[in-house]
Design a protein around this ligand. Structure first.
Ligand code: BTN
Length: 239
């Protein structure tokens, strides 16, 4: 089991920045949390709206950069399992690469960045009490509270770290388990999706992920591997 040293701050710009800084002197796994973020960051240069009562944390752990894909899958799977621990029949799905959907809307996002030396920083935002709304949101959003899951950020973080520790142990025993487990909960598998990469849109059937967590898309031009992008589901068009 992994031990985590947890440091809580009142206000930071971004817990990922605080974690990167701390990783320069850290020797063991650690977690940075904050009650408020003034400059929370999302994937692909976007902003992460940090609303009161929600969880903002950055987990620092030693992980080989070449296995980064596995860490992405492992972290999102742990988030899903933490939610299911609170409500076993919750409708939770994983959206490539690292979002968690609850009742079809985004409840959590993740930003992985490199820390000092061999530390990786897994920055996680979970909408515990409320979720941002507005036209600028790329995908529909929800919170645990809206879905009837009443918890607080401290309790949720403990559950998340417990699941993460268990999954890190399992990964040691079977490096491929996480891919198959992730696929069990993947939204849109074997369905038509669109992947947006800046101004380029690629359409095809989402057939799986490879061992490095790249998305496999069966397009009219053949099977391609996608490393970065935002996924949209054709099935959402009917909502
Ligand atoms: C995304 O979905 O675009 C990723 C969002 C990641 C947000 C979290 S909140 C804690 C950590 N600190 C940040 O500045 N970002 C991550």
């Amino acid at each position: 089991m992994t031990d985590w040293r947890i440091f809580n701050f009142d206000t930071v710009e971004s817990t990922n920045d605080t974690a990167k800084e701390y990783s320069r002197t850290a020797t063991d796994n650690f977690v940075i949390t904050a009650d408020k973020q003034t400059a929370g960051r999302g994937r692909r240069g976007r902003r992460w709206v940090s609303l009161d009562g929600n969880l903002f944390c950055s987990i620092g752990l030693k992980f080989e950069l070449k296995h980064l894909g596995k860490l992405v899958l492992l972290s999102s799977l742990s988030l899903l399992q933490a939610i299911k621990n609170l409500k076993p029949d919750a409708d939770v799905k994983l959206k490539w690469p690292n979002d968690v959907l609850l009742n079809g809307a985004k409840v959590s996002g993740m930003l992985l960045e490199k820390g000092a030396d061999d530390f990786m920083i897994v920055g996680i935002g979970v909408n515990i009490k409320q979720s941002p709304v507005g036209a600028q949101m790329l995908y529909k959003t929800t919170s645990l509270y809206t879905a009837g899951i009443h918890t607080d950020k401290e309790n949720f973080l403990n559950l998340l770290l417990q699941k993460l520790s268990e999954n890190l142990d399992l990964l040691q025993k079977d490096p491929d388990f996480v891919r198959f487990k992730w696929l069990e909960y993947a939204k849109g598998l074997n369905e038509e999706i669109v992947v947006c990469q800046d101004n380029v849109k690629k359409m095809g059937i989402f057939t799986g992920i490879d061992e490095n967590a790249a998305l496999l898309l069966n397009t009219e031009q053949g099977l391609i591997k996608i490393l970065v992008g935002d996924v949209f589901y054709m099935s959402d068009e009917n909502d």
